[in-house]
Design a protein around this ligand. Structure first.
Ligand SMILES: *[C@@H]1O[C@H](CO)[C@@H](O)[C@H](O)[C@H]1NC(C)=O
Ligand SMILES: *[C@@H]1O[C@H](CO)[C@@H](O)[C@H](O)[C@H]1NC(C)=O
Length: 599
């Protein structure tokens, strides 16, 4: 009996060896090992400090706790264009797949550089190929890219990254503090979105750990968030909300904290951001530009909004972006967000938006575009500064999305004019990319506040009016009078709005607009191993790279380029809201709550 056993054992061993050899030959050495470890060895290792167990030093009043609105989510207005078979089988669909693949190749190249030279660190420097830690060193690019990897179908890369996420220790940072805002939009937003897409539990576990940490940012005397999040002070409840805080930092926590409450059933995150929302409501009509909030707000004194600068650009942008998206994420059950959005957009339309004076071949042939500038107001006099910020280019998407959500068709049109404005500015510069900050000349604008098609009347090109800004203007493309920030940081806002407008209007020419933008960016920013920010978009010929590739390049810019060239039902705007770092969060649907109610 012993003899056959030994032979059988030998045969079995030989068989295993042959199977191993065949798998090895078929899959290649890395794939074989990677597939095993990545798919089957995902492990959740808790952080070395549990913020969830930390006692509040300034406890919230449980009896006044804000809870997620109850009830079945409402059927929201349809956002996306109803794409017909014709739309999709047009000549565009033939080039579409090739364009999408080109974007995917750019993403894979960027990811490969990060994986090889900066794995686990925040960013890879795309020229010097070293890791850089600019966001506390937890792997900003890794977490920020998760959902892009998933959406592009890069599952092996996705699970390899998830494996790393399972080991992140939020208690082990490379700096003594982090930015509440940046940590929220990049890390928390990235984890929640990747969880919503993949249902991989480790991602939610890590999101809860991080959410519990960021929740301590609200443990201040007045429960306003402290953006400068010093870890040791936070543990002791000694954080202080700032006297001079950007409105974006205060207003850009709502989507992520709300989604976390929805996914965990714990209302504390939602309650925290509801305090900021109440302050936005309280102050909206009494600022120096009623309807909007100043770029900087005094959070230390509760919420004093007495500043004089108003903008949809840097430091306020996403505070406005989140209002309509909160309405959608809450299934239309919280009317205050509609009111906040509607009033803010009316004020922005009246005081910030303008039509630029444009060069034209023949009178009246200039493109139909708008920009969003900065308004200075002391409560009596409002002065428009016709500044054009790349960061402000998201506004086209915001107007169009809100227009669809709240049935304001004129806002969809404004959204398109704004989105095409940024596309025009891209095309105007030698690299095919618009600068970070520039200035144009506004046409005179009617200020009677009457809605209608002539809110932004056209004006004829006047060469002497342009040249009156100084002899130096001839260095700029016609129409521009200043370029204050000539660089391009691989930012997403322009393609973001073009993407949203395409999904909303179905206009196929936007695909060509997007492709032209992508080709220009690729040409101007590509390095041997990745892509880099450049110092000047006015360069003809070889651009100067500034050795920086922030995490939003893969997380946002390439994701929007990929999505516009994909089937329109991939991450539909009717199913998801994007946080300001382009992380899609799932909108609860009427059907979801029925399912929950049944079980
Ligand atoms: C903390 O993180 C660094 C990398 O940033 C790592 O080398 C170190 O081992 C970590 N320490 C602990 C205790 O996890
Ligand atoms: C063009 O601009 C110049 C300088 O601002 C002004 O004096 C002139 O009247 C303008 N011409 C027209 C036709 O508006």
């Amino acid at each position: 009996m012993a003899v056959p056993t030994a032979r059988r054992r030998f045969l079995r061993l030989a068989l295993v060896a042959i199977i191993f050899l065949i798998s090895y030959l078929l899959l290649g050495p890395t794939d074989y090992i990677a597939a095993k470890t990545q798919w089957h060895n995902l492990k959740y290792i808790p952080s070395s400090y549990d913020w969830g167990k930390r006692q509040q030093v300034h406890p919230v009043d449980m009896s006044a706790m804000a809870r997620l609105p109850e009830g079945t989510p409402r059927q929201l207005s349809r956002i996306q264009h109803k794409f017909s078979a014709d739309d999709l089988s047009s000549s565009h669909s033939k080039t579409r797949g090739a364009r999408r693949d080109a974007v995917k190749r750019a993403a894979m190249k960027s990811w490969k550089a990060y994986r090889e030279y900066a794995w686990g660190q925040d960013e890879v420097a795309p020229q010097s190929l070293v890791g850089v830690d600019s966001f506390a060193g937890w792997g900003a690019t890794l977490v920020d890219s998760l959902d892009t990897l998933w959406i592009m179908g890069l599952r092996r890369e996705f699970y390899e990254a998830v494996r790393h996420v399972g080991r992140i220790d939020w208690n082990n940072a490379t700096s003594p503090y982090c930015s509440l805002f940046e940590t929220n939009i990049r890390y928390l937003g990235g984890l929640l979105s990747a969880y919503d897409l993949s249902q991989e539990k480790i991602l939610l576990d890590k999101a809860v750990e991080l959410g519990d940490m960021l929740y301590a940012g609200f443990d201040t005397l007045n429960h306003m968030p402290a953006n400068s999040f010093n870890f040791e002070q936070a543990k002791e409840g000694k954080l202080v909300a700032d006297k001079h805080e950007s409105s974006a930092a205060a207003g850009t926590l709502s989507l992520e904290f709300t989604r976390l409450s929805q996914l965990t059933g714990d209302p504390k995150y939602y309650n925290a951001i509801a305090g900021v929302t109440r302050a936005l409501e309280r102050t909206q009509d009494s600022t120096n530009l009623p309807g909007m909030w100043p770029v900087f707000i005094d959070l230390w004194s509760g919420f004093r909004a007495t500043g004089t600068d108003f903008s949809l650009g840097a430091s306020s942008d996403s505070a406005y972006e989140y209002l309509s998206k909160m309405y959608a994420l809450l299934g239309g059950l919280e009317p205050s967000y509609e009111k906040l959005h509607t009033k803010a957009m009316a004020a922005a339309k009246k005081h910030l938006l303008f039509r630029p004076m444009l060069p034209e071949m023949f009178p009246g042939t200039a493109p139909d575009i708008l920009f969003s500038g900065t308004a200075l107001s002391n409560g009596q006099i409002v002065e428009l500064q016709p500044e054009v910020q790349h960061l402000g280019c998201f506004a086209g998407g915001m107007f169009a999305l809100g227009g669809r959500l709240f049935n304001q068709e004129d806002h969809v049109r404004i959204g398109e004019q704004l989105a095409r404005g940024c596309a025009w500015a891209y095309h105007a510069f030698p690299t095919g990319i618009m600068p970070e900050v520039s200035e144009v000349i506004p046409c005179e604008k009617k200020r009677d506040g009457v809605d209608g098609n002539d809110d932004f009347p056209r004006c004829a090109w006047n060469e002497s009016r342009w040249k009156a800004h100084g002899e130096h203007v001839v260095r700029f493309p016609k129409g521009f009078v200043a370029v204050r920030g000539p660089e391009y940081h691989l930012r997403p806002e322009a393609i973001e709005s073009i993407f949203i407008l395409y999904r909303i209007t179905g206009k196929a020419d936007l695909l060509d607009v997007a492709w032209r933008m992508f080709e220009s960016i690729k040409e101007a920013t590509e390095t041997r191993h990745a892509y880099s920010a450049i110092s000047d978009v006015q360069t003809t010929g070889r651009t100067t790279k500034i050795d920086s590739m922030e995490s939003f390049w893969i997380a946002e810019t390439l994701k929007y380029f990929y999505l516009i060239f994909s089937e329109p039902d991939l991450i539909s705007l009717d199913d998801y809201v994007f946080n300001t770092e382009a992380h899609p969060l799932r909108i609860p649907k009427p059907a979801d709550s029925r399912v929950k109610g049944d079980t």
